[in-house]
Design a protein around this ligand. Sequence first.
Ligand code: UDP
Length: 442
Amino acid sequence: MGSSSPPSPTPPHAVVLPYPAQGHVIPLMELSHRLVDRGFNITFVNTHFDHARVVRASLSGPRAETGPLRLVSCPDGLEPGTDRDDLGRLTLSIQEHMPGHLEELIQAASADPEQGPVTCVIADQTMPWALDVAKKMGLRAVAFWPASAVMLATTLNIPNMINDGTIDKNGVPMEHRVIRLGPEMPPMNTAHFWWNHLGEPITEQIVFDYMARGNKSIETAEWVICNSFAHAEQPIFKHAPRIRPIGPLLPGLKPDRPVGQYWPEDSTCEEWLDQQLPKSVIYVAFGSFTVFDPRQFQELALGLEIMRRRFLWVVRPELTEKVNTAFPEGFEERVAGRGRMVGWSPQQRVLAHPSVTCFVSHCGWNSTMEGITNGVPFLCWPYFADQFIKESYICDTWKVGLRLCKDAEGIVTRGEIEAKMDMLLGNEEVMGRALELKEIAI
Ligand code: UDP
């Protein structure tokens, strides 16, 4: 009898669903690439709106139709032209419209003979209803948390904090004080709960209710994984062993794989960095969501100017409150040669560049992980949500950065920027700790 080889097993097929925000799409895309490297087929689900941005921005082409990683999309329920930075509105619409679409999309993905039947759903925990969809369809479910474990642990602790009177049922702290979620947990100021730093009170209320309700869904998840690493948040992983660190997930290190960025990266800044001396350039970037009021924007520009150091500054088109970003008069001429502005950078590669010496950052979690894994110290300028807790990690727990402080009018002045930069770059201890933490993280 002729021997015939056994049929090759069908690869696992995961549907991956991020919340439609840049800091969520990028790490889940990186996780998807890693799973593809391990033999998975992936159907990556963006909203139509985000899908169009990602495909437009991707330098290596859309690659949406073929291969083991398929980029697909479904509607978020909002009309074209609606402001998707209005998180309350976006969240309400997602919750109402996306569960049904996701179900249909899973059925369609399962029917694709090249990808095989969907075996599991990896859902951003900020899309908790997707875990319920997975359960309903008899699929295995994984909850992915794109931010720090402490933020997830705090969110999961909402019912306890309502019961013990730390917060009211709307998430508002009864008083501002320092608490601990457990005996060995890091101290946390109740004024820093992330859901109270989202801008408009109505947005905060909607997002708080949505996340508090979503806490139940995590029980459905077989695994709860988090883009963090053990050493960074040891007490949290001890306190909440169900949350498993799988990070840092660093995007953009392998060329020719879509990173999931919303804006095309301007890689000419890498050539500029190549021409600079080692450890001479300050990298200034505030992620995808931060908005400055025009006065603060001007003050930042003047701070960079008076420092008389080299800098690479990411100035997204929307960095100042929905108006065209206007530099102070004559600024570009005065900093020519030593200052470089780009609309969007290949951040991970920039931070890894030997010319970069420190990172002026809004303390978004991805940026924090990326700075740490490159041994770069921080000047912290948090903007919203959990970024104040990240600032505290950077300055108080890991001690790899310094805070920028606001004056009585709520402005970080040019003098403050210059003085703190001098303090940071003259601080051997902070620089040394940043390098130590890098060795642990990678
Ligand atoms: N990023 C980038 N180029 C830039 C600025 C940011 O590629 O010019 C990436 C950065 O590497 C990170 C993400 O955008 O992966 C921003 O996520 P983060 O959590 O730091 O901030 P958010 O955008 O969520 O506020």
